[in-house]
Design a protein around this ligand. Structure first.
Ligand SMILES: Cc1cc2nc3c(=O)[nH]c(=O)nc-3n(C[C@H](O)[C@H](O)[C@H](O)COP(=O)(O)OP(=O)(O)OC[C@H]3O[C@@H](n4cnc5c(N)ncnc54)[C@H](O)[C@@H]3O)c2cc1C
Length: 497
């Protein structure tokens, strides 16, 4: 069964509406200093029912097909990264977990409100005392009458004060002052009297001005049927949810990188310095080809995720793929914005320039849903653990037989013909994680090439990736144990020396 409206028509209409709304009726560059958006802009975009892509066919949506979701996120981020993240939050952090783990009662009510009234939903995990170590969250729940009482403080949830629904996370209060280990997930409908969430403070977020963030006090009673039903534990549900979300970052990244590239091409073709067009300069060619290669990598990741990240897949253990994709593609987003600003020069150092905004808007992608430093280290930990259990020490041998790196190891395996030390420091785990994320991505690029993507872009991209991998491998092999001198104030002034 498929949706009656063909997807290309749906996407074309969405793309044209975003373009008209953000660049004709509203001028996002002029509006860049304000927080929020003029209501007509969001109304016009939401009138296309973009979130229907996440809703199963039997509930009136387009069927939650990952390729459609990624294509939509990408179309949105070409116009505005904040718009794409708004849709991404609703998709991966709210509607998809509901579609997979919600009761029929919750799905019926919530999906109808999204389709008929353009409601929105977000996810609250982070707390002031617990960000990266979310498993130690202090928000608690306990059963009362025919529901659950949830109490605590959450901050930095995207769409604070704006979303109609929240997916709240909490640990069960077993006894007074004692919380269970597992995490529960609850759908909170803020339009209901006992489910109102008070925003104690709105934050002055550095970028993404169109998305409100803040600190929330939670003291709500949620009906029993609005708890998500994990297939085993809540922690596994959380891993499945986060891995699926990380695998969808390339959708948001692709449109953003594409826009940075197009803007860079327009500028460097027009701007002449000392009688030469910028595009004729060798270093500019290097930057442009690097940007284009990032576009190819994000495209390859989208193609892979559209096959591997559906809600029908169990992604609980997909940490290497999900963490590689999220950390690397978000580094590429930041690099793309930085590179555009470098090529444009002073003119881009303004909030009203898409490159300048791109730097601050893309920066938190390297922090949320797993800080990249942490994710890179986790990739290596997963790799070294598996190697130990298989009694393999040679990295080349392991890459050759790993399903995520078989083809890329044929291409660059010779670089990895060495034994890994059994204990690596955390900084070396991070260095190695960066290398592995690029090898995993190279495999995706090779697959994309085999599936008919244009050859010159694939070849250029593979050359860039090989260079990047060699550079990072050089860093990995460097000895590095320098630690910070904490008590550094004595005898450390240059003046008079
Ligand atoms: C724009 C934005 C949007 C967000 N959206 C949401 C949302 O929708 N919902 C939600 O629940 N939360 C959201 N967050 C919160 C985000 O997920 C957290 O900021 C993130 O998990 C990190 O937590 P923290 O900020 O408390 O940093 P901390 O946990 O204090 O960590 C700070 C830094 O320490 C380092 N670090 C921490 N642990 C390790 C480690 N083990 N190894 C190496 N380095 C480490 C990392 O560099 C890390 O960035 C958002 C944040 C931002 C900025």
């Amino acid at each position: 069964m498929t949706h009656p409206q063909p997807f290309d028509q749906f996407l074309d209409h969405f793309r044209t509406t975003c373009h008209d709304s953000y660049r004709r009726r509203g001028d996002i560059d002029k509006l860049s200093m304000q927080r929020g958006l003029p209501p007509f802009m969001l109304r016009e975009v939401m009138a296309c029912n973009p979130l229907s892509v996440n809703i199963p066919l039997e509930y009136g949506g387009r069927g939650a097909k990952t390729d459609e979701i990624l294509a939509l996120l990408s179309a949105a981020s070409y116009e505005s990264l904040a718009l794409s993240l708004t849709l991404g939050i609703n998709s991966a952090l709210f509607l998809q977990p509901l579609a997979k783990y919600g009761t029929d009662e919750a799905r019926n009510l919530v999906f109808r409100r999204f389709l008929e009234q353009q409601n929105m939903g977000g996810l609250m995990i982070t707390e002031p005392g617990h960000g990266s170590d979310a498993l130690n969250m202090q928000t608690s729940f306990r059963p009362v009458d025919d529901g659950f009482l949830i109490q605590g403080t959450k901050h930095w949830a995207g769409l604070t004060g704006w979303a109609d629904f929240w997916l709240l996370t909490a640990r069960e209060q077993i006894r007074e002052g004692e919380l269970g280990r597992d995490i529960g997930f609850f759908i909170c409908d803020v339009s209901q009297a006992e489910q109102h969430i008070e925003v104690e403070e709105f934050f002055d977020n550095l970028g993404l001005y169109q998305i409100p963030y803040g600190r929330n006090r939670i003291d709500v009673k949620v009906p029993e049927l609005f708890r998500l039903q994990p297939h085993s534990t809540g922690i596994k549900l959380m891993l499945d949810l986060l891995h699926r979300s990380r695998l969808q970052f390339p959708g948001m990244a692709l449109g953003f990188i594409h826009r940075m590239f197009d803007e860079a091409m327009i500028h460097t073709r027009e701007r002449a310095v000392a009688g030469k067009k910028l595009i004729e300069l060798d270093q500019v060619q290097h930057r442009l080809s690097e940007l284009q290669s990032s576009y190819t990598i994000a495209s390859a990741m989208c193609a892979t995720s559209s096959k591997t990240a559906g809600i029908d897949k169990d992604l609980t253990t997909a940490s290497v793929q999900a963490n590689s994709v999220k950390s690397y593609v978000t580094d590429l987003m930041q690099q793309a914005a930085q590179s555009l600003v470098q090529m444009v020069g002073a003119k881009a150092y303004r909030l009203s320039h898409i490159g300048g905004r791109g730097i601050t808007d893309s920066r938190p992608f390297q922090i949320f849903e797993g800080s990249n430093d942490m994710l890179y280290a986790q990739i290596s930990e997963a790799f070294t653990k598996q190697m130990k259990s298989l009694r393999l020490a040679n990295l080349k041998d392991y890459l050759k037989q790993h399903h995520l790196t078989t083809k890329s190891s044929d291409r660059i395996g010779r670089l990895f013909d060495f034994d890994l030390k059994s204990e690596l420091t955390q900084r070396k785990l991070v260095d190695l994680g960066k290398v592995i994320s690029r090898i995993v991505s190279m495999e995706m690029v090779i697959d994309l090439g085999e599936n008919g993507f244009r050859k010159d872009l694939i070849d250029n991209c593979l050359d860039h990736l090989t260079n990047d991998i060699m550079t990072l491998l050089g860093v990995f092999h460097l000895p590095a144990q320098v630690a910070v001198v904490e008590d550094y104030k004595d005898n450390s002034q240059w003046f008079g020396r």
